[in-house]
Design a binder for this molecule. Structure first.
Ligand code: SF4
Length: 240
């Protein structure tokens, strides 16, 4: 059982109070409450761009982690490089234990087609555990409007399975809020968002969606999978 960084009663209060806070106040709270122990994970979708711009403007000390599956779009890596150049940030890359080629040798080729849950587990969920080692707060860009499964997300909540406080500064932002921020602050963002990709993951598991289609319909299309597992409680036995 992971040691929790805050008491259940403090989280209870924060879950309520932080609803009224701005995204900047939520980020500031995380950085000040957990100095040196707050981690932002980035997938280089437009939420990453907003949060990195906010951290830079506020001068907050948060470590920035890239969970690189090795299967991201060229545009996604290029977005990361543009953000690094623009903000001068240091990024810690956390890789899966195996390269894509090593995984093909041990698990068989194109695991994502046969068992996407296992592929996400190896390439995302286990690396996240490593990324959060020593951390007390995990900052993510998820938003309630992204999917039905995320509709109940809170600005601050406890991920007891990982032993961290989860901070979601943009949880109540709409698509328009995000895009408006990016334009207002002239922030670099992933160009695939303008090409029919509201949600962007790995190349083999992401397609563009038609206007009016569910924004996450392009992720693991044709399967009943809707989450990679990062935003689900860690299952017992998921240790590295
Ligand atoms: S999104 Fe697809 S390719 Fe990426 S880790 Fe998950 S199953 Fe594998």
């Amino acid at each position: 059982m992971a040691t929790l960084p805050v008491s259940a009663s403090e989280v209870e209060r924060l879950m309520r109070d932080a609803e009224a806070w701005s995204a900047e106040e939520r980020l500031s709270w995380a950085a000040e409450r957990f100095p040196g122990r707050a981690v932002l994970t980035c997938s280089w979708q437009r939420q990453s761009s907003v949060v990195i711009d906010m951290l830079s403007r506020l001068g907050l000390d948060v470590s920035i982690v890239e969970l690189d599956t090795g299967l991201l779009f060229p545009e996604t890596y290029a977005t990361r490089d543009r953000l690094v150049e623009r903000y001068g940030i240091d990024i810690r890359r956390v890789d899966p234990a195996q390269t894509v080629e090593e995984q093909a040798a041990s698990e068989g080729p194109e695991l994502w087609k046969r068992d996407p849950d296992r592929c996400c587990h190896l390439r995302k969920v286990l690396p996240l555990q490593r990324a959060l080692e020593g951390a007390d707060a995990w900052i993510t860009g998820i938003r309630r409007s992204q999917s039905a499964g995320r509709a109940g997300a809170k600005p601050i909540e406890l991920d007891a399975s990982r032993g961290v406080v989860k901070v979601q500064p943009l949880v109540d932002w709409s698509d328009e809020d995000v895009q408006g921020y990016l334009y207002a602050h002239d922030v670099p963002y992933n160009p695939l968002h303008d090409e029919g990709y509201p949600s962007i993951g790995c190349v083999p598991c992401t397609r563009a969606v038609a206007p009016g289609e569910d924004p996450r319909a392009g992720r693991w299309a044709g399967t009943n999978k809707s989450e990679c597992g990062l935003h689900l409680p860690l299952n017992a036995g998921d240790g590295i």
